[in-house]
Design a protein around this ligand. Structure first.
Ligand code: F6P
Length: 380
């Protein structure tokens, strides 16, 4: 498989690399360890040294927190047998964004400071020539700023939400969808046995990719996604129609970012320095549907289960391909780019472009058409 180079930003093709760093930022996703392994082996095979930064950038910005000093030397031994493991051997965090780092004063007031220059100095101090940043939109936005400040950076797109632009898919998504689909299969039998409506809330932030793909594959009767504000009267009609057909149970998949027509997303909390936490829409939908239809309704929140476990074969291979391509990109003198899947190739896209907008579900996409033509309701 070849790697195409579109709009590459070659900083210095002859730039000699001796030591690179890898970090993982934001929510974990199955496949992170496979990327770490592919990066490490591809780099060691070029006689480069590799270090892993603990917990995003904390290993560099707060090394005193870590007994090992915050940097893990990545050797063949250290990355042996990790391709199939969920989580990340480096640790991750969705706190402590170095561009808006929260500082709490003695009166408890929180202010945000930009620590990116300090971070660049830390990279230089540790003689790190380049960074491979594995992350979603937040982590890759940080990576883009570091690249603009002169650090040699290549990004690897990660998120179960699949909401990163300029790549057809991110690793972690296939595993999340596969698991959610298996859950829907399991919920069918208990829903049917008890003549219940089961409402299943899945992650995805402001994009409905997980709900749409799992809901369609798992034969949901209604799928509610952020891209299509819903009217529960229409979902209730679908449930009643099924009851008239003798199907006294229904499955409704709700993306955590879904919202009623004219209403708002359900937010659990908003802390300084963190993205808002979504959740709660499943329970709301369940109690309203029970009131509208009179059918007993239960809510299941899949939540972080979608982020755990072993990556699917698709995600393993994609992660390994992304990791190797990221090292290849550095060897070619690239910086400020992200590796991206554009089947059948992995190409390079500028981080600037990849982080400009969120990739939401296009309303005319084939999967939505398929679902609609099969009679699945979107509550619209
Ligand atoms: O972005 C990945 C994701 O799993 C989202 O789907 C979800 O909203 C969020 O992270 C949850 O993050 P946390 O780890 O803060 O619970």
């Amino acid at each position: 498989m070849t790697t195409a180079h579109k709009s590459p930003k070659k900083v210095n093709p002859s730039h000699a690399i001796h030591r690179i760093a890898i970090n993982t930022g934001g929510g974990d996703a199955p496949g992170l360890n496979a990327v770490i392994r592919a990066v490490t082996l591809s780099a060691l095979n070029r006689d480069w040294e590799v270090v892993g930064i603990r917990d995003g950038y904390a290993g560099l910005l707060a090394p005193e927190q870590f007994p090992d000093g915050g940097l893990i030397p990545l050797t063949r031994e250290r990355v042996r047998g990790i391709t199939h493991m969920g989580g990340t051997i480096l640790g991750t965090t969705n706190r402590g964004n170095p561009l808006q780092f929260p500082i709490v004063d003695e009166r408890g007031h929180v202010t945000e400071v930009d620590r990116s220059d300090e971070l660049i100095r830390a990279f230089r101090l540790h003689q790190i020539d380049a960074l491979i940043a594995i992350g979603g939109d937040g982590s890759l936005t940080i990576a883009n700023v570091l690249a603009q400040k002169g650090l040699c950076v290549v990004g690897v797109p990660k998120t179960i939400d699949n909401d990163l632009d300029k790549t057809v898919i991110t690793f972690g998504f296939d595993t999340a969808v596969s698991f959610a689909t298996e859950c829907l299969d399991r919920l069918h039998s208990t829903a049917e046995a008890h003549h219940r409506v089961m409402v299943v809330e899945v992650m995805g932030r402001y994009a409905g990719w997980i709900a749409l793909n799992a809901g369609t594959s798992g034969s949901a009767d209604a799928i509610l996604i952020p891209e299509i504000p819903y009217d529960l009267n229409l979902v209730a009609e679908k449930i009643e129609q099924r009851a008239r057909w003798g199907r006294n149970f229904s499955i409704v998949v709700v993306a955590e970012g879904a919202m009623p027509k004219g209403g708002a997303t359900s937010v659990v909390s908003k802390e300084i320095g963190r993205a808002e936490r979504l959740g709660g829409v499943g329970e709301k939908v369940a109690s309203e549907l029970q009131a509208l239809t009179g059918h007993e309704t239960r809510c299941v929140v899949l939540g972080h289960l979608l982020r755990g476990g072993s990556p699917t074969t698709f995600d393993r291979l994609l992660s390994l391909r992304f990791g190797a391509a990221a090292v290849r990109a550095l060897a070619e003198g690239q910086s400020g780019i992200m590796v991206a899947l554009d089947p059948p190739i992995v190409r390079y896209v500028p981080l600037e472009q990849a982080t400009r907008r969120m990739k939401t579900v296009p309303l005319d996409c084939d999967t939505i058409l398929t679902a609609r033509e099969m009679g699945i309701s979107f509550g619209d």
